[in-house]
Design a protein around this ligand. Structure first.
Ligand code: TRP
Length: 344
């Protein structure tokens, strides 16, 4: 009789794993900022969460792209995810435009998002200043598409850099509004912002975020460039005239290099200050360049190997899109039903 009662703990229903969604735009060559601020953390998360990692090409066309470049970078983006250690056996990797649910849900959510809310987005304000010749409606509704990305998969956590926090907030607002009207349709996601390495700044203007779309290649370390280039760029990084390696307000260049050094070595800012006590910026920059080049070496080697295998990468894309489509359809059908669309 007791056989029917005793359930070994390991046989009890396992707790549902939390889900993670994140994405990077294929709008430029991926940088150290993308690696330390996003992809490196994605790798660590895939053992404990069900993860979906997307190459968000629909978002990329909010700024004019050269079609052949966009196509190439989409494949390169996926190759880089794999080279960085995202395992296609563990995580779902896919290209956003391969899963029509994203555009479909974005339309619906757009009808539940206020014009005023979107007008307050700092990224919209920044980008419309930068691309004043092309302030298109897609740039304006960008956060709605991002909300669709996240909500389609009922993601619990969204690992992003600090600059994307406002987009997660609007996602939560829209989801809560929708749930308020129709019942619990969407999981309310939380931003997941890692402590260190969350924001790597430009090497030429350290008050700004390192950006892959910066026209000046000296401003960023590309994940795929040569060791020498990396070391040279860091050597030339803009600093200050204070000549003391110390993390402090106003020392944006040094703070940035210390963040990079800390991300690769795991050393705290205190430890770094001690290590370079009495030494000049030249020594410090050389050390940062070395750890950075060393830290990227494996990724670079893996990337060089994987990018040649187009069939393998296309297989991952196809498989990922199938899985993502299946998951996304569940949410989308629910939404269509809730808003009153006639079932086909
Ligand atoms: N907007 C993000 C960026 O520029 C990219 C992105 C699009 C994203 N959709 C997402 C990130 C969904 C996280 C979740 O960095």
């Amino acid at each position: 009789m007791s056989e029917n009662i005793n359930i070994a703990p390991e046989q009890a229903a396992p707790e549902k794993r939390k889900r993670i969604f994140s994405g990077v735009q294929p709008s430029g060559i991926l940088t150290l900022g993308n690696y330390l601020g996003a992809i490196k953390n994605w790798v660590a998360l895939q053992n404990d969460y069900d993860c979906l990692y997307c190459v968000v090409d629909l978002h990329a066309i909010t700024v004019r792209q050269v079609p052949t470049d966009l196509r190439r970078r989409t494949l390169e983006g996926l190759a880089l995810y794999v080279a960085c250690g995202i395992d296609p056996e563990k995580s779902i990797m896919f290209v956003q435009s391969h899963v029509p649910s994203h555009a479909e849900l974005a339309w619906v959510l757009g009808c539940y998002t206020g014009f005023g809310e979107l007008s307050r987005m700092t990224q919209f304000k920044d980008k419309s200043q930068k691309h004043s010749d092309n302030i298109n409606a897609g740039l304006f509704t960008y956060p709605v598409l991002m909300a669709a990305d996240i909500l389609l998969y009922q993601a619990d956590l969204v690992p992003v850099g600090l600059d994307q926090k406002q987009h997660i907030e609007i996602t939560r607002d829209v989801a809560q509004r929708f749930n308020g009207i129709y019942g619990d349709v969407f999981t309310i996601p939380e931003p997941y912002i890692p402590k260190t390495g969350m924001k790597i700044n430009s090497l030429t203007d350290p008050t700004k975020k390192m950006s892959k779309s910066d026209p000046n290649p000296a401003s960023f370390v590309a994940i795929i460039e040569s060791r020498d280039e990396t070391i040279r760029k860091i050597k030339r990084a803009v600093t200050d005239s204070d000549a003391v390696v110390r993390y402090a307000e106003g020392k944006d260049g040094i703070n940035n290099l210390m963040t990079i050094y800390s991300s690769f070595t795991g050393k705290s800012f205190d430890e770094i200050e001690k290590e370079f006590d009495g030494k000049g910026y030249g020594d410090f920059k050389a050390a940062v360049g070395e750890v950075c080049a060393d830290g990227l070496e494996n990724v670079r080697a893996e990337y060089a190997r994987i990018i040649k295998d187009k069939a393998y990468l296309e297989g991952i894309m196809k498989d990922g899109a199938e899985k993502a489509l299946y998951l996304s359809k569940k949410t989308l059908s629910k939404v269509y039903k809730k808003v009153g669309f006639y079932a086909k």
